[in-house]
Design a protein around this ligand. Structure first.
Ligand code: FAD
Length: 323
């Protein structure tokens, strides 16, 4: 059954996040040959429409307004709901990002629809759109189908591959005027931390350190290894609590949930709350001097040893090969 599906493109610092293209790929599956309409919300976003089309969207609707320069729950929900009301879609897809997690339940409650959140896979099986999502902190997966109403889903970044970019694709980019009003929160200023390299939640390679790294300086070698591999540095809460690094790097139940292709855990014991944020990584390498450490139970490759010996050796070896 062909459906019209709305997909929200997520804009950060003037650029589309990768999860936007992944959402288009999910939207295509849900549309089953129907139309995928990308929605872009912000102050000036129309120039990003072409990229959404090149990654598979059929057309783009933008809502541009100076009050939408930064995300606010009221502003974005008014903008997205206006597009939903104008387009009347049968499916909606957002990234399961900080923004998507905040916005999607608001929209679902206004529409009176359900919401299948944090999906890691979407497939068409036996005539149904089947969503797979982790439960019990990633220890099991459940499969869901939507039997009634709008098919509304959020997808976890880094799980559904985007379609190949096709620069010859063209499509309509139209704007919808929306009167944004009654904002209960107004962003006066955005203070960003100096970001170093790759965004942790979208990184393909993560080198994460735990309390075993022993100091902020100890993280320098992990940063070097991450840079060599084109990846990002992450941390356990143990390392954040010990002030070795910023809480924005924390991975786990109360930190970020990541699914990189390669996760290298250095001096991390593997507490259940840490595993909740990384156990779905495609390949896990653990370096720990305790052979009984729980992290080895989820690792594909385990190195029992002192990270201060092993990480420099890895750096030395990776320098020899072009990654
Ligand atoms: P530790 O458990 O102290 O482990 C350090 C490891 O380093 C040990 O295994 C040790 O063998 C190894 N080591 C030491 N020296 C070396 C060396 N030189 N070379 C190699 N290995 C070495 N934790 C998270 O990470 N993320 C979360 O989101 C999170 N949320 C939580 C939420 C709640 C409600 C609670 C109660 C806890 C949460 N925690 C979370 C904390 C979690 O329970 C653990 O305390 C934490 O993950 C431990 O961090 P760690 O593995 O770095 O430290």
């Amino acid at each position: 059954m062909a459906r019209k599906v709305l997909v929200l493109g997520e804009v950060r610092e003037g650029n589309l996040r990768n999860v936007s293209y992944e959402a288009v790929a999910a939207g295509k599956l849900i549309a089953e040959g129907g139309e995928v309409v990308a929605v872009l919300i912000g102050e000036t976003v129309a120039s990003l429409g072409a990229a959404m089309i090149q990654y598979g969207a059929d057309r783009v609707v933008t809502v541009e307004n100076e009050q939408l320069k930064n995300y606010t729950p009221d502003g974005y929900s008014q903008a997205l709901l206006a597009v939903v009301n104008a387009e009347n879609p049968e499916g909606i897809v957002l990234g399961h990002t900080a923004l998507g997690k905040d916005l999607s339940p608001k929209i679902a409650s206004k529409l009176g629809s359900g919401l299948v959140s944090d999906c890691v896979n979407v497939e068409v099986t036996g005539g149904n759109i089947v969503f797979t999502r982790p439960i019990y902190s990633g220890k099991a997966f459940e499969k869901k189908i939507v039997t009634d109403g709008v098919i509304f889903a959020t997808i976890r970044p880094n799980n559904i591959p985007p379609l190949e970019k096709d620069e010859s694709r063209t499509g309509d980019v139209a704007s919808l005027a929306v009167d944004i009003k009654d904002l209960r929160s107004i962003i006066k200023d955005v203070v960003t931390k100096a970001s170093e390299g790759v965004d942790l939640s979208e990184a393909k390679v993560i080198v994460a350190g735990g309390r075993g790294v022993k100091s902020a300086e100890g993280f320098n070698a992990l940063k070097e290894l991450a840079n060599l591999l084109g990846g990002a540095v992450g941390a356990s809460r143990g390392a954040c609590d010990a002030d070795y690094c910023d809480y924005s790097l924390q991975i786990g139940q109360t930190g970020k949930v990541v699914t990189p292709d390669l996760y290298i855990a250095c001096g991390i014991s593997g507490a259940i709350q840490h595993l909740a944020g990384m156990s779905n990584s495609k390949v896990i390498v653990a370096i720990n001097k305790d052979p009984e450490a729980n992290i080895f139970n989820v690792a594909d490759y385990g190195i029992v040893g002192d990270l201060f010996d092993v990480v420099p050796l890895l750096i030395e070896e990776f320098k020899k090969v072009k990654v």
